[in-house]
Ligand binder design. Structure first.
Ligand code: FMN
Length: 243
């Protein structure tokens, strides 16, 4: 299949077969991640492969994300990482103040996300399924302890990768008219929201697993009806970021 076809057929996969990835494929996944663009070539991320079944179970529990009792699929945690750069500066007896800013945190978050998505796209091109797991941020302090995360690091998400046991139908995205502006920002309109809600209602009703009466705008409203993960700021401060 052409890469474009693979990309527009993307759906998150949450159930994997017992088929293992070869060592070569696992190495290619890491190389694909490392080959992504990187702001000022800082390469401000680390990847932690979680192979220990106890650790994996603990992470799956705190993320509310369990995959076939923890046996199937590879699981990687992507960590925004400015600790490496602090080490470089320390070797030059330079202070690390400028690593601690929101701008540096954003740079590291972008680098980490681009690396993960490069890995994900390559994985899907190899007929693997992927699912991001932002749920690892449900308990950042526990993840830090579990993975020995040093200062100036921040675990952003997990990424499951394996051979799909089942796949959902492709979720329709917002219409292009709702997100592509030309020369100026294109705002969402009530008509576009209503049209998209109709499309998503049909999708949610008809999909083969976990079908439900739902619309996108209601899910958005529900998502933001209370603050989420309120200890994120405290965690980032503990890790040495200043804002
Ligand atoms: C950063 C990020 C974090 C996510 N975290 C979770 C998660 O914790 N649990 C989960 O089941 N899906 C998670 N997902 C998957 C999204 O729910 C999914 O991508 C979205 O519903 C669109 O569906 P699709 O990927 O099948 O097209 C996450 C996706 C992203 C990009």
């Amino acid at each position: 299949m052409e890469l474009f076809e693979t990309m527009i057929q993307h759906t998150s996969v949450r159930s994997f077969t017992a088929q293992k990835l070869t060592l070569e494929l696992k190495q290619q996944l890491i190389l694909a991640a490392q080959s992504a663009s990187s702001s000022n070539f800082l390469q401000a991320f680390s990847i932690i492969a979680i192979t220990d079944s106890k650790k994996r179970k603990t992470i799956e529990q705190l993320a509310h994300f369990s995959v076939d009792n923890g046996n199937n699929g590879e699981f990687y945690v992507f960590v925004a990482d400015l600790n490496k750069h602090a080490q470089v500066l320390a070797q030059h007896n330079e202070p690390s103040d400028h690593l601690r800013t929101i701008e540096s945190l954003i740079v590291a978050t972008i680098d980490t996300t681009l690396a993960a998505q490069s890995m994900a796209v390559f994985a899907e091109s190899e007929k693997l399924g992927v699912c991001y797991v932002g749920g690892i941020r449900n308990d950042l302090f526990k993840i830090k302890e579990l993975l020995d995360l040093p200062p100036l690091t921040y675990p952003i998400f997990g990424l499951f990768i394996g051979y799909p046991a089942e796949k959902n139908e492709v979720k329709p995205r917002l219409p292009i008219a709702a997100m592509l502006g030309t020369n100026t920002y294109r705002a969402l309109t009530p008509a576009l929201i209503a049209d998209y809600d109709k499309k998503m209602a049909a999708y949610y009703q008809q999909r083969t697993t976990n079908n439900q009466q739902a619309v996108w705008s209601e899910k958005v409203r529900h998502h933001f009806d209370s603050p989420r993960r309120q200890d994120t700021g405290d965690f980032l401060k503990e890790q040495g970021f200043l804002f």
